[in-house]
Design a protein around this ligand. Structure first.
Ligand code: ATP
Ligand code: MG
Length: 685
């Protein structure tokens, strides 16, 4: 299988794979280097990506876009109302989360955001398998830094539903920084280079301050504005045009979803033109009520319209610097990515905040995808890649809770906000029976409104009190894993045991083995820390000259850990997988039926052309008459009963014609063979 990286963009997504000792961008079914992030629903099948975008205007109510914003979006969040403004389809509440209601296969159906993203990822997967002729099963997915645990879990579940194994979920700007770090050959070995990476895309704006050295990087600070991107520019232009058209043409595009959507499309075009030119025309043919709307806009006018946005450009940069504990003059380079950073006034503003020139070292549309593909390759067992170490930054403080026993406290803030991850910590709890641990956000008020403060609960079972003890000392290994998930990685019971140890060669004692293995494993982890090391230290005792008695903590039993959190349950996952499987099969059948219909049509025209030409001498007049009649009938059928029928009936129809057609063709072919032989013989003579 081929390492596969996806930059899930709100507007369009970019896919890259690791192959031929490099990273390649995968082009889609129409040879584009990015694919619209759109899922459309139809009478029989779905139209995903380019096909969905093409049908969007005629199928507004059933075309879902802004997938990245919808993923696990709480309907209690103010962002839900923002998305409603951008949605041309029915955005509905399903169990407290945003879902889409569409008409599909003749029925009103609801799909969860996870299912929608899964459909889209599955499409990207099939595009990639087609283009690379390789199997795709592992994915490294780029998501925004502002995704919460719940949204990250939904992203991972979407991968699973698409038949993909999410090797790692990575913050998008971090992925771009990794790409930069890997391919930049002049990075320092000692004092790190400090780079500010800025991504302004379709819907959000992120700034990450990163320290880079040869072979490694560390994110020092990340901040974002979730409501700052190209679509906000487009909306500002559209609103302006809506007012203008009201006065000029007496039409109100705000009352007509289709008209509004079309003006929005024109607005995007205008915005793009204004990145390279100082003025741009606006033309929307028969926008509504048969009005051909026309206008124009200058770069200054656009700048005026987006003043509210431009005024807050400095905030993410200042916040990220604050978290990093750095000032602007400590930044060595400012790297811009994302489509919206092509807007001249935005570039000027960013440059002004830093008081420095901007750099465009990275391909601004493809940097994230390249980064994730590379990260996927790092994790691939079959690829040999130069290692690159990177540490990201935790967005929200997280505390683990348990029922208070002998310990001093019933909770511990294990992963503070802005600490680095991946990271592992050990908690020791003294228990007399099975118990639960819960992870929660420490400060619910710093979360996006509507976010569930509960992260997960783990049932820890298999607790047995070792002989001679009053409670079991349970070592719990708590980890913020490379994808940013808050987990419990393992748990086991330890007991202090005495060992007789030969002074000369202590390392060979058999009984020490478990403890040693244990230590090694922990050392491998990043940012290890022992939170409660009450009895962890080796205690040396006075002993005879030859031997000494050593007390050591030994693992006596593993504990069972059962996770309950935002990830889909096995059953729910299986159900979604089955649903997706069926929809893929339906899409495939529709495509094959269409192919068969086209084949039949072609056969009719082909045969009709030949009957009076090359086949003319090989059929009797009555045969020709009857065949021509059959062909006309078949053609009529294609426009009537056969306009929309089954694959089997198109095949049957084609075979029916071929029964006569092939007979004549065989005679013709035989004659051709004879002629060829004759010719051959002549040449040989
Ligand atoms: P996000 O990162 O927010 O999820 P995305 O990754 O899909 O979204 P990008 O592809 O980085 O977003 O950028 C898309 C945006 O950039 C669109 O709003 C598009 O109109 C805008 N854009 C693209 N080219 C230009 C240009 N030349 N001038 C101005 N804006 C542009
Ligand atoms: Mg993006």
């Amino acid at each position: 299988t081929i390492p596969f990286g996806v930059d899930l963009g709100n507007n369009s997504s970019v896919v890259a794979v690791a192959r031929n000792r490099g990273i390649d961008i995968v082009v889609n079914d129409v040879s584009n280097r990015s694919t619209p992030s759109v899922v459309g629903f139809g009478r029989k099948n779905r139209a995903i990506g380019e096909a969905g975008e093409n049908q969007k205007t005629s199928n507004l109510k059933n075309t879902i876009s802004n997938l990245k914003r919808l993923l696990s979006l709480s309907t209690k969040s103010p962002d839900y109302d923002v998305e409603k403004k951008y949605a041309s389809y029915n955005l509905v509440d399903k169990n407290g989360l945003a879902a889409a209601q569409v008409k599909y296969q003749g029925q009103t159906q609801e799909f969860t955001s996870t299912e929608l993203v899964a459909m889209y990822l599955n499409k990207l997967k099939s595009i990639t398998e087609k283009e690379t002729k390789a199997n795709v099963s592992d994915i490294c997915l780029a998501i925004p830094a502002w995704y919460t645990e719940e949204q990250r879990r939904a992203a991972a579940d979407a991968c699973l539903i698409a038949g993909l194994n999410p090797v790692r979920i990575v913050n998008d700007v971090t992925a771009a920084a990794v790409g930069y770090g890997v391919f930049k050959t002049d990075l320092p070995e000692d004092k790190p280079k400090i780079v500010a990476f800025i991504d302004v895309g379709h819907s959000s704006y992120t700034c990450s301050i990163v320290a880079l050295k040869k072979g490694e990087l560390k994110v020092l600070g990340t901040a974002y504005d979730k409501h700052f991107g190209g679509r906000d520019f487009d909306r500002a232009i559209t609103e302006h045009l809506a007012d203008e058209f009201k006065v000029k043409y007496h039409i109100d595009i705000r009352t007509n979803a289709k008209a509004y959507s079309r003006v929005m499309k024109s607005a995007e075009k205008v915005k793009k033109v204004l990145s390279a030119n100082t003025s741009a025309p606006v033309n929307v043919e028969s926008v509504m009520n048969d009005v051909d709307a026309q206008s124009s806009m200058t770069r200054e006018e656009l700048e005026e319209l987006v003043q509210p946005l431009l005024k807050k450009v400095n905030l993410p940069i200042e916040n990220a610097l604050k978290i990093a504990g750095l000032s602007v003059d400590q930044i060595d380079s400012i790297e811009l990515i994302g489509g919206c950073t092509r807007v001249p006034s935005l570039k000027a503003k960013i440059s002004e905040v830093f008081g420095k020139q901007l750099s465009f070292t990275l391909n601004q549309d493809e940097a994230i995808a390249r980064g994730v593909a590379f990260i996927c390759a790092i994790h691939s067992p079959t690829m040999r890649v130069k290692p690159f170490k990177f540490e990201d930054i935790n967005s929200f403080s997280v505390t683990y809770w348990w029922d208070k026993g002998e310990e001093d406290a019933d909770h511990l803030e294990v992963f503070p906000k802005n600490a680095s991850y991946p990271s592992t910590k050990m908690i020791t709890l003294y228990r007399t029976g099975d118990f639960q641990i819960q992870a929660k956000y420490t400060n619910p008020e710093e979360l996006p409104t509507g976010t569930d403060e509960h992260i997960a609960t783990w049932d820890i079972t298999g607790v047995e009190i070792p002989e001679g003890e009053e409670s079991a000392a349970c070592k719990i290994k708590v980890r913020q894993d490379p994808s940013g998930f808050y987990t419990i990685q393992s748990g086991y019971i330890v007991q202090e045991k005495e060992f007789k140890e030969l002074v000369e060669k202590p390392a060979e004692e058999e009984a020490e083995k478990p403890k040693e293995d244990d230590k090694k494993e922990e050392k491998k982890e990043d940012a290890d820390a022992d939170v409660d090391s009450k009895a962890d230290d080796d205690v040396q005792e006075e002993a005879e000259p030859e031997y000494r008695i050593v007390k050591k903590l030994v693992k006596v039993k593993d504990l069972n850990i059962a996770y309950k959190g935002h990830a889909l349950s096995k059953d729910a996952l299986a159900e979604s997988l089955e649903k997706e499987f069926k929809m893929v099969a339906d899409d495939k059948l529709v495509a094959e039926t269409e192919d068969r219909k086209n084949a039949l049509e072609e056969y009719i025209y082909d045969l009709r052309g030949k009957v009076d030409a090359e086949y003319a001498d090989f059929a009797s007049d009555s045969e020709k008459e009857s065949l021509k009649k059959k062909l006309s009938e078949a053609e009529d059928w294609l426009y009537e009963d056969g306009y929309d029928t089954t694959k089997a009936r198109y095949i049957a129809k084609c075979e029916e014609l071929a029964s006569t057609g092939n007979l004549i063709k065989a005679r013709y072919n035989q004659k051709q063979e004879e002629l060829k032989e004759k010719f051959q013989k002549k040449r040989e003579q």
